[in-house]
Design a protein around this ligand. Structure first.
Ligand code: HEC
Length: 178
């Protein structure tokens, strides 16, 4: 090997080493930038929960929701400013129905007869409001599933339950407004 060849060989090595050092510095720099972005975009769980909060929430506690606690449009408010009906232009009994009953009956889950489904109610509706209300108050343990007394919400009054039952019956196509 001549001196010239050695020189170009070492120059090549130096070149590669400097390239690697520059690359390493670049990687550290990029990594720190990414980390900084990440740190800035980190939020508290509360902020994330607030952002992904569903538009409507099921109120199973039976407590009234104050108007200030929600920004939903056109809530029905009482004189005291409490929002009692989460649905605008609700039909009679719909508010009560939405407190708990709809969780099972709207889609007919857990063996519940689906609201508005004539087949599911063919043998139930003819019993009449009184008998159905009795079932709701006492709870039902039937062949299809179990409904706890008062639909599982002990705070509902008999009047509220009756309103919910009547609302459910009113959704049957051929039984409008029993
Ligand atoms: C956890 C689910 C669940 C909830 C909540 C629920 N139900 Fe039910 N409901 C059922 C099931 C299941 C049945 C049918 C049981 C069977 O006959 O096998 C039923 C049956 C009924 C019946 C028919 C009773 C009969 O004698 O045939 C009525 C009326 C009724 N529910 C009304 C209500 C009302 C009103 C509410 C709200 C206060 C409510 N349900 C809440 C599950 C539920």
């Amino acid at each position: 090997m001549s001196g010239k060849q050695d020189e170009s060989f070492f120059r090549g090595i130096y070149f590669m080493m400097s390239a690697l050092v520059i690359l390493a510095i670049a990687i550290v720099f990029i990594a720190s930038e990414i980390y900084r972005d990440h740190a800035v975009s980190q939020q508290t769980e509360a902020e994330i929960a607030e952002r992904i909060r569903p538009i409507g929430e099921v109120n199973v506690s039976g407590e009234k929701i104050s108007a200030a606690a929600t920004s939903s449009a056109a809530p029905t408010t009482t004189d005291a400013g409490e929002r009692t009906v989460p649905v605008a232009d609700a039909a009679p009994g719909e508010a009560e129905y939405r407190k708990i009953c709809f969780t099972c009956h709207e889609q007919g889950i857990a063996g519940a007869p689906k609201t508005g489904d004539p087949a599911a109610w063919a043998e139930r509706a003819p019993k009449g409001v009184e008998a159905l209300l009795h079932s709701v108050i006492e709870g039902v343990s039937g062949p299809n599933g179990v409904m706890l007394p008062r639909g599982g919400m002990a705070s509902l009054t008999d009047a509220e339950l009756e309103a919910a039952v009547r609302y459910m019956l009113s959704r049957l196509p051929d039984q409008g407004g029993i």
